[in-house]
Design a protein around this ligand. Structure first.
Ligand SMILES: [Zn+2]
Length: 101
């Protein structure tokens, strides 16, 4: 991963970023405009499925998920159902949440 991404996340993402996927992804996208905002469903190692928002590189070759720690286990699959970065959709409760930092 780009060291600047890791540094940004270390400084700004809490240890348990539950319900913060959209606001944090938006802020990270603003900091790194080359990243693309993605929304859809993810599957964890234990087979649970969640709505989620994350980022990826423009060519889609690399996923940057600043709030993946909220799942407490690895994510095995990302399925983007929305590619328009202007209107991320997630039902984890993050959308109405303000993230000030
Ligand atoms: Zn969310």
């Amino acid at each position: 991963m780009n060291p600047s991404y890791r540094k940004w996340m270390k400084a700004r993402v809490p240890d348990n970023p539950a319900c913060m996927c959209t606001p944090i992804s938006l802020r990270m996208r603003d900091a790194f405009p080359e990243l693309v905002l993605m929304s859809g469903e993810i599957t964890t190692e234990s087979g649970q499925v969640f709505e989620h928002t994350w980022l990826q590189t423009e060519d889609g070759s690399y996923i940057v998920d600043p709030t993946s720690a909220q799942f407490g286990e690895g994510v095995t699959e990302y399925v983007a159902t929305l590619h328009d970065g202007t209107d991320p959709h997630c039902e984890c409760g993050c959308e109405g949440k303000l993230y000030n930092n």
